[in-house]
Design a protein around this ligand. Structure first.
Ligand code: ARG
Ligand code: GLU
Length: 711
């Protein structure tokens, strides 16, 4: 009887964790999944996907600007990513005269491609498990400091050895909360130029109305090019640089698609938290997310109204608005999904299986019997600090924008005498004035005041700290004084202050209402909140490390994967629709006809430029259509998250089917819990991307640079 019970427990646990589509796999370990991938239709070998000695698919995948993914699609360094990933670059090149947001931009030749200082694209050279080397010389009897020192030394040495004699950079990252360590060696390209972007009416079609939602019709792509030195190695920006010749680039999949086709997403997912405890998940769903959602709802109410009222403000705030709105909407979907599925109860059931399993054996009982209870206890003791930390992030770094200028002012004040002595003061002041100009170019004091007024009230209420309440005092009069007097809220006042910087103005700025407020708040945050939050987080990480080790040890047959951490991963599934809620089915693809239908609703998020209507009327789809339809987007059962934006969706032969850019509303909970029935990634079909370049934008020369595969 006992034996039977035991095996049914294993079955239940492995069933929950063995859904084919769940998981973000480490490329160097992909051979373990080769046979399953082949059974699902893949015709490639594991070595085609990841190989250190020969070029492989991985060499076409780039980490774009650190936050998104991009892929090489031509022998001359042409790079595709999402429109929303290149958005801040497009925005920075836009002005009322050159409104690339509204009208799009296409370089007609290499000389017209626009440079983007600071933008990088990195290729992963290799990833290796270095756990044993990182722990080398660490003894069980070491105290935490000794342990940390030994590990630090090992890590430094491993990195040094890995890049010796090369132009590469390397980092070592913990996986599975520090149960494992991997070294990642990279090649970082620093000259990445903008080649083209469709207008917002294509690249951001559907705007916030459609963001995170299916059915979807967004042409979410933009085009860049990597430049390298004449030796084809990364180089700082220079007019002498030449287009990069990649080790591998993705051919374009031009064949008809059908439901069930194999799909693989190769990219840089940012963060998932599959292992958090039930009490923690409850804290997220009931407390942390709702408060953050409310903060963002308040700033968006101000920004959205202002953007509707003026084109100038629309251009200034479009990138900032998109970023605030994006997480805001995702979190709403996440909370909804986790509630509908009763994620907390699912976690409780899994935790029970875990603890029951630990009870079956003395060693396990000692190591893992208390694991779950300890995690849940820690949440009740310390999650308050994570909450305050989150509120601090929402207010101090996503809230009123003038806060951002304080750091620069502090630096100037601190080093004033040094700069004066070494004669660099004038040039540093000039640099600060230029920097401030960049800031104020996208700033509107009325909008910022609106945000300040609403968020300050909320912050005072949520963090419930005497220092904060006293510092904010009478919020209305504080706000009036900040926005009429502070040097931080007006470019002329700020420039005057910088130009006349001297001892007297320094002592005066210390009384500036904006400067004073931020310094009190940030000090309270740094001294009260951050240390407590970090202590909570460290303790939780240690508990999770143990909990996860127990999963691997007690359930060896379950499918295990380490949470996303910004490193290159593979996830595979198929092109398919979903049935996320009772009585509702989503089909797997959308077409240009659907764009026109949405446009007819009159919602401003579905505005089109006349050219689209014209091309649609003439059904001018060229070779890009399938059965007379121009596909725009499709969904797949691939496990993705933020950072996977721009990732290639690759077919069974290694060709590019489309660009990943989103998940459906019902899927956003997959960062905590993947549900194979509802979780779908959203992809813009590469044939639509080509059509927009060729037919819509007259940039056929770019399509001609790529290799189209019809079979
Ligand atoms: N939801 C997608 C992602 O997380 C796209 C965001 C850009 N679009 C927007 N309307 N804000 O990044
Ligand atoms: N749009 C997201 C990104 O920027 C991808 C969507 C998701 O979170 O799955 O990475």
């Amino acid at each position: 009887m006992k034996k039977y019970l035991l095996s049914s427990i294993i079955l239940l646990f492995s069933f929950i964790h063995c859904l084919a589509e769940e998981g973000m796999l480490i490329p160097s370990l992909i051979s373990a999944f080769e046979s399953d991938m082949k059974a699902k239709g893949m015709k490639l070998s594991a070595k085609d996907i990841y190989d250190v000695n020969n070029s492989s698919l991985k060499d076409a995948i780039m980490h774009f600007g650190g936050g998104c993914t991009a892929e090489l699609v031509s022998g001359t360094g042409l790079l595709l990513t999402n429109h929303h990933c290149g958005y801040s670059q497009v925005q920075s090149h836009s002005s009322l005269e050159h409104d690339y947001l509204k009208n799009g931009f296409w370089a007609k030749n290499h000389a017209e491609e626009l440079k983007n200082p600071g933008l990088t694209a990195s290729r992963m050279v290799r990833i290796d498990d270095v756990t044993a080397s990182v722990f080398f010389g660490v003894n069980p009897s070491d105290n935490p400091l000794e342990r940390e020192n030994t590990m630090k030394k090992n890590i430094e040495q491993l990195i040094k050895d890995a890049i010796m004699g090369t132009h590469y950079v390397a980092e070592i990252k913990p996986f599975n909360y520090g149960n494992d360590y991997y070294i990642i060696v990279k090649e970082v390209f620093k000259d990445v130029r903008l080649v083209g972007t469709p207008p917002n009416s294509i690249g951001k079609f559907g705007g916030d109305t459609d963001n995170w939602v299916w059915p979807r019709h967004t042409g979410d792509f933009s085009v860049f090019r990597i430049y390298a030195g004449v030796d084809n190695k990364p180089a700082e920006f220079s007019d002498k640089n030449v287009p990069y010749t990649p080790l591998h680039f993705l051919p374009i999949s031009f064949k008809d698609r059908k439901v069930g086709d194999f799909t693989m997403v190769y990219g840089f997912p940012g963060e998932t938290e599959q292992h958090v405890s039930s009490a923690y998940l409850k804290f997220i769903v009931d407390k942390e997310r709702p408060a953050r959602i409310l903060m963002r709802q308040k700033s968006l109410s101000v920004i959205d109204a202002a953007m509707r009222s003026s084109d100038e403000i629309r251009i200034k705030y479009s990138a900032k608005q998109a970023s605030i709105a994006n997480a805001y909407k995702k979190w709403i979907g996440q909370v909804d999904g986790l509630k509908q599925l009763d994620g907390v109860s699912i976690k409780i059931a899994r935790e029970k299986e875990y603890t029951d399993m630990a009870e079956t054996n003395e060693t396990w009982k000692k190591s893992y019997g208390q694991s779950v209870a300890l995690m849940n206890k820690l949440v009740s003791e310390g999650s308050e600090w994570e909450f305050k930390y989150a509120m601090g992030v929402e207010y101090l770094s996503v809230g009123p924008e003038f806060f951002k200028l304080v750091k620069g002012v502090d630096e100037l004040i601190k080093n004033f005498e040094k700069y004066q002595e070494n004669g660099t003061l004038d040039s540093i002041i000039k640099k600060s004035i230029d920097g401030a100009h960049g800031f104020f170019k996208n700033y509107d004091a009325n909008v910022d005041k609106g945000i300040f007024d609403l968020l300050t009230v909320e912050y005072v209420k949520q963090v419930n700290s005497e220092t904060v309440t006293t510092a904010c005092g009478d919020i209305e009069s504080l706000s009036n004084s900040i926005y009429s007097k502070s040097v931080l809220t007006n470019e002329i006042r700020f420039t005057e202050f910088l130009k006349k910087l001297n001892k007297k103005s320094i002592s005066k700025v210390k009384k500036d209402p904006g400067y004073k407020l931020f310094n009190i708040l940030i000090q309270d945050f740094r001294e009260q909140v951050v240390p407590n939050y970090l202590a909570f987080d460290d303790q939780m990480t240690a508990l999770l490390k143990n909990y996860v080790a127990g999963k691997y040890e007690m359930f060896p047959n379950a499918k295990h994967w380490s949470d996303a951490n910004g490193t290159l991963r593979i996830t595979y599934g198929k092109m398919e629709g979903s049935a996320p809620t009772d009585g509702m089915t989503y089909t797997e693809h959308t077409t240009l006809d659907g764009i026109i239908v949405k446009n007819n609703t009159g919602n401003a998020d579905f505005e089109l430029l006349p050219r689209m209507l014209e091309l649609h009327k003439n059904k001018d789809y060229g070779d890009y259509a399938q059965d007379g339809e121009l596909w725009v987007c499709f969904t797949g059962s691939n496990h993705t998250t933020g950072g996977n934006s721009g990732s290639p969706v690759i077919d069974e032969n290694g060709n590019l089917m489309g660009l990943n850019f989103d998940r459906t509303w019902e899927s956003t909970m997959s960062d905590y819990m993947f549900d194979a029935n509802r979780c779908r990634n959203v992809v813009v079909d590469i044939r639509y991307v080509m059509w927009v370049m060729d037919k819509y934008s007259g940039a056929k020369h770019l399509v001609d640079e790529m290799v189209l595969v019809k079979e």
